[in-house]
Ligand binder design. Structure first.
Ligand SMILES: [Zn+2]
Length: 262
């Protein structure tokens, strides 16, 4: 091994570590900013919100959390939120649930129970795939520095062709590794959706309501709406949720097995 290899290895390790740590820091910062945003900008009079409902969402979530053996999460109903959505975020004191009031207005009690049970499932299983994001960032930083290395080798005089070729291979390697980590992250996140779905049928009293809801709300596979092939491929690789027909087919199969074993 010549000195060049020692320098490149040490530099790559240092850059990878910096990339990894900066991604950890970035996620922590994002978590804190979301938490601050939801706690400062949005407050909703839940009494007013629940008065037009036939059920109490907080009671349902309490019951489901108890059944799953976890502490009831904090729940935020953001005011002026037009989007129909529900998700788990990481707060200062553990995970919390953000539920858009529009969503509650759209769902009946059994449907809401299914959705809440799915989110409780996310809390129980924790945040999956984050490590792959950190790895991705580490390799991405190595890729960028490697590109710079190629440029430096080409402008340096005299030119070192063998070093330049080695550097090109290294750059390709870092690029591929960073892509693979991203694909791995997507895969693990989609697996965690199946896991959360499984919680929905275990915890809720009428699992069919959740399965039907998935069919109604998310039945269309949006990845096919993308215009270009690259967009289509990236939406398939990076999408956070598996295609709904796959989810509902799996849920129906699991439900059958659960009922058979009862
Ligand atoms: Zn989910």
């Amino acid at each position: 091994m010549n000195i060049y290899w020692y320098i490149v290895s040490a530099l790559s390790l240092a850059v990878f570590t910096c990339g990894y740590i900066s991604a950890v820091y970035e996620i922590k910062k994002q978590d804190y900013e979301s938490w601050e945003h939801y706690h400062q900008c949005y407050t909703l009079d839940t009494k007013r919100l629940f008065s037009c409902l036939e059920y109490n969402p907080l009671e349902i979530i309490d019951r489901l959390a108890k059944k799953a053996g976890i502490k009831s999460p904090e729940i935020i109903f953001p005011e002026y939120d037009e989007e129909t959505n529900v998700f788990v975020l990481q707060g200062e004191e553990g995970p919390y649930l953000v539920i858009s009031p529009v969503l509650i207005g759209d769902l009946n009690e059994k449907q809401f129970e299914g959705v809440a049970a799915h989110e409780i499932g996310h809390i129980v299983s924790g945040r999956r795939g984050l490590n792959w994001l950190y790895f991705h960032n580490g390799f991405l930083e190595c890729f960028k520095i490697s590109l710079l290395g190629i440029a430096l080798l080409f402008v340096s005089s005299p030119l070192h062709p063998s070093l330049a070729i080695t550097q090109i291979w290294l750059t390709i390697l870092f690029g591929v590794l960073s892509m693979l980590c991203l694909i791995m992250m997507g895969h693990i996140i989609r697996l965690s959706e199946y896991e959360a779905d499984h919680f929905a049928i275990i915890l809720s009293s009428e699992p069919e309501a959740f399965i039907e809801l998935l069919d109604i709300f998310f039945g269309r596979d949006l990845s096919f709406c993308s215009e270009s092939t690259i967009e289509k491929i990236s939406s398939i690789i990076l999408q956070t949720h598996p295609p709904t027909p796959k989810r509902t087919a799996r849920l129906r199969r699991d439900l059958k097995i659960l009922r058979k074993n009862k």
